[in-house]
Design a protein around this ligand. Structure first.
Ligand code: NDP
Length: 255
C-alpha cells in the first residue's frame, strides 16, 4: 500500500520546540501516523500539558524539557533517553525565537541569542542525535527553515542570517551523513498563525500585507505543515536528502 510508507509505527520523534505552535502541530501529525513523540521546550509545565493533550487524543507523547542552546542540558536529555533505552529515529529541529530591532541598534547579546537559538542549537542537538542514529544505521532529520532562508525583511537580520545558514547546514549535514543513512531535509514555512507572529497578526497593516503578499491570501495554519513533516520523517522520502520544501501559500513563487 502506498500509504504504508508514510507510517511511523515503532519510531520515536524528538520535536524541539514541540510544546506549542508549529512544533506541536507537526508532532501531532507524526503521532497520528504512529510515532511516539517527545515534546521539547524550556517550559516544562507547558511541554507536559501539551503531551497530556496528545495522550488525551490517544496518541503516544511525552514531554522532554530542556534548553536546546545549553550543551549540558542537551547532553543530559540524551543521557536520560539512553538510560531508558529510547532512541531518537526522527529529529525535527524546530525550536526558535524571534527578536525584532533595527540592525543599526541590534544588541550583540540579542544577536547571539537568535543565532544560537536557531543555528547553534540545531548543530548541537543534531550532533547528539546523529551519533546515535549512526550506530543504528538510519535516521531522519528535518530542519525548520523559513522564507527568511531565501529573502529578507528589515528588523530581523540575525533571524534571516540564521535561517539562511540553516538551509546550508541542512545541505552540509545531508552530504556528510548520507553514508550513514541519515537523511536531512528542511521545511520553510511562510507566514503562519502562531504565538511567534501574534504581534504581527494583531497589527492591521502587517496582517493586510501578509494577506496581499501571499497568493493564497491568508496566514498558514500550523497543521498545514504536518503533511510535509510526515513525508520527510517517513520512508516516503527515502531517496531525498538536502532539500528544503517551502510551504508558504505561494510567496516565494511571486514577486
Ligand atoms: P513559537 O514561538 O510558537 O514556539 C517556539 C517553540 O520553541 C516553543 O515550544 C518554545 O518553548 C521553543 N523554544 C524556544 N527556544 C527554545 C530553547 N532555547 N530550547 C528549547 N525550546 C525552545 O514559534 P513557532 O511555532 O511560530 O515557530 C517554530 C519554528 O518555526 C521556529 O524555528 C520559527 O523560526 C519557524 N518558523 C515560524 C514561522 C511562523 O510563521 N510562525 C515561519 C517560518 C519559520 P519554550 O518557550 O518553552 O522554550
Amino acid at each position: 500500500m502506498t500509504l504504508d510508507m508514510f507510517r511511523l509505527d515503532g519510531r520515536t520523534a524528538l520535536v524541539t520546540g514541540g510544546s506549542r505552535g508549529l512544533g506541536l502541530a507537526m508532532a501531532r501529525g507524526l503521532a497520528r501516523a504512529g510515532a511516539r513523540v517527545l515534546l521539547n521546550g524550556r517550559d516544562r509545565a507547558r511541554a507536559e500539558e501539551s503531551a497530556r493533550q496528545l495522550r488525551d487524543e490517544s496518541l503516544a507523547a511525552e514531554a522532554l524539557a530542556f534548553d536546546v542552546t545549553d550543551v549540558a542540558a542537551v547532553d543530559g536529555a540524551f543521557a536520560a533517553l539512553d538510560a531508558r533505552g529510547v532512541g531518537v529515529d526522527i529529529l525535527i529541529n524546530n525550536a526558535g525565537i524571534q527578536h525584532r530591532a533595527p540592525l543599526l541598534d541590534f544588541d550583540l547579546a540579542d544577536w547571539r541569542r537568535v543565532i544560537d537559538g536557531h543555528l547553534t542549537s540545531t548543530f548541537l542537538v543534531t550532533q547528539r542525535a546523529a551519533r546515535r542514529m549512526a550506530q543504528r544505521g538510519r535516521g531522519k532529520v528535518v530542519n525548520i527553515c523559513s522564507l527568511m532562508s531565501e529573502v529578507a525583511r528589515p528588523s530581523i537580520a540575525p533571524y534571516a542570517a540564521a535561517k539562511g545558514a540553516l538551509k546550508q547546514l541542512t545541505r552540509a549535514m545531508a552530504v556528510e551523513f548520507a553514508p550513514r543513512n541519515i537523511l536531512v531535509n528542511g521545511i520553510g514555512p511562510g507566514y503562519m498563525a502562531t504565538d511567534m507572529n501574534q504581534a504581527l497578526m494583531d497589527n492591521p497593516e502587517f496582517d493586510a500585507f501578509v494577506k496581499k503578499r501571499t497568493p493564497l491570501g491568508r496566514w498558514g495554519r500550523p497543521e498545514e505543515l504536518a503533511g510535509a513533516a510526515l513525508f520527510l520523517s517517513s520512508d516516503a522520502s527515502s531517496f531525498m536528502t538536502g532539500q528544503v520544501i517551502y510551504i508558504d501559500g505561494g510567496v516565494l513563487a511571486s514577486l
